[in-house]
Design a protein around this ligand. Structure first.
Ligand code: AMP
Length: 437
């Protein structure tokens, strides 16, 4: 029960209003540690209730330790604008009965308006790192009074190249600050360095580490011959699955736009979200999604983190994501706060190895689902090795055969969709390497 934390009555009122009946596992562990004032690093799965796990103890601290002459006292950094906006909204909901104010600072919004936000001196600022660095360039003292620093989805922030910015921002905050780092994985390449630089003897909390979790989400694959076949499978699913809202992921902006037009043509209430859209467009589509005016959202990975829409109960990976962690974040858009969800990945021959790698990384086997009326030619490899890769000719023999075949021949100029190859950079970050170590 939430009563065990002895949180301020104003916070208990908000918890009641939000209808949280019991703390989630991450809240059970992180709230007492944060209330004790420790630096914490928390490895928790997405959708686990981690936002309240850091916002509640932070608000409790603000209520009980008044500092009327301070500027901003809490800084929450998030990798994407969407996540920052959602964190901001959760802060507002949890602080509803406290009189504590929060401000949102992200790229894509007016600088002038944001300068006015700072002038109002909100106790909490939720921000993306890049824009905050711009503001600090103009006013280096802005964050000097920050006594609680939260780095949310730290792995993603570092993936996006924000390591230097994050460390620079941390240096702007009060030296005695409490720092809380939340990350889906502690395997991210640069994360140890940031932890060493920014956190002070942190308490480690691991709850349902990202791998092997998501028991409430049914995970399936459908084998496909090519993109046209995937289109047909997708249309079938949207017509035959029972879902309230669905999100379809693709790896590229171009494909996302293509799918959006395809689904619009098929009369779906569809929206699109990718990084080339303006912030206003992105906000607009998110609010249409929240209000239920859009039932199918096509998105790139921009949307895979932080997007919290309760009614999403179907996730489709039109292309497989390039790493196991990205896969987990995508499917985590459904099954929020313990609800049931379905995630279906469409896999063609060029994605088989990636599928095998994701399965090995997550230690799961994805159920193969067949639609009788839409069975294709591709059935997967005849035989697979213990690592899930197809049994094939040895590399040496293949090389020889290829050399022999192509001797004297012009190189083939076949147009192919680029396969979703796992990049080397992802190996430490969510995709098991194929090579034996
Ligand atoms: P998060 O992992 O912070 O993005 O939270 C995922 C969702 O769970 C959000 O919609 C929260 O409002 C919700 N949530 C957080 N804590 C609880 C709780 N104790 N009980 C029920 N829902 C919760």
């Amino acid at each position: 029960m939430f009563t065990q934390f002895n949180l301020d009555p104003q916070l208990m009122k908000a918890i009641e209003a939000l209808d949280y009946s019991a703390p989630t596992p991450v809240q059970l562990q992180a709230i007492p540690a944060a209330l004790a004032g420790d630096d914490i690093m928390v490895c928790a799965e997405t959708g686990s209730g981690k936002t309240a796990a850091f916002v509640l103890p932070t608000l409790h601290k603000l209520i009980n330790k008044k500092a009327p002459n301070s500027a901003t006292r809490v800084l929450i950094l998030a990798p994407t604008r969407e996540l920052a906006r959602q964190l901001f909204k959760q802060c507002e909901a949890l602080a509803k009965f406290t009189g504590i104010e929060a401000g949102l600072i992200t790229g894509g919004e007016s600088f002038k308006f944001q300068a006015a936000t700072f002038r109002k001196n909100p106790e909490i600022i939720v921000s993306t790192p890049g824009r905050l660095i711009d503001h600090l360039g103009r006013k280096p003292n802005l964050m000097n009074d920050v006594e609680v620093l939260v780095l949310d989805e730290a792995d993603r922030m570092l993936d996006m190249g924000f390591a230097e910015d994050v460390m620079a921002i941390a240096n702007h905050c009060d030296e005695q600050k409490q720092t809380m780092l939340f990350s889906a994985t502690m395997n991210q390449k640069g994360i140890r360095h940031v932890i060493k630089q920014v956190l002070n003897d942190p308490t480690t909390i691991t709850v349902d580490a990202i791998k092997g979790s998501h028991g409430n989400i049914k995970q399936q694959i459908m084998l496909a011959d090519d993109d046209q076949h995937k289109d047909r499978l997708l249309t079938w699913m949207l017509a035959n699955e029972t879902y309230r809202q669905c999100i379809i992921f693709s790896n590229t902006k171009a494909k996302t736009d293509e799918l959006y037009h395809f689904l619009r043509y098929h009369k779906h209430k569809v929206g699109v979200l990718h990084g080339d859209m303006t912030q206003d467009e992105r906000n607009h589509i998110m609010s249409r999604m929240q209000q239920g005016h859009v039932s199918v959202l096509v998105a790139t990975d921009v949307a895979s983190r932080g997007l919290d829409v309760k009614n999403i109960d179907l996730v489709v990976n039109f292309d497989l994501p390039r790493s196991g962690d990205d896969y987990v974040h995508r499917i985590g858009r459904t099954g929020r706060a313990g609800e049931q969800g379905l995630a279906v990945s469409l896999v063609d021959h060029s994605e088989w190895n990636l599928k095998a790698s994701i399965e090995r990384y997550l230690k799961i086997e994805l159920e193969v689902r067949k639609v009788k009326a839409l069975l294709g030619k591709y059935k997967g490899p005849k035989k697979v090795k213990s690592n899930g890769k197809p049994v094939g000719k040895k590399k040496k023999d293949v090389k020889k055969a290829v050399a022999k075949k192509s001797a004297g021949k012009k190189p083939a100029n076949k147009q192919r969709r680029s396969p979703a190859k796992p990049s080397q950079a992802h190996f430490g970050d969510g995709t098991a390497p194929f090579k034996k170590r």
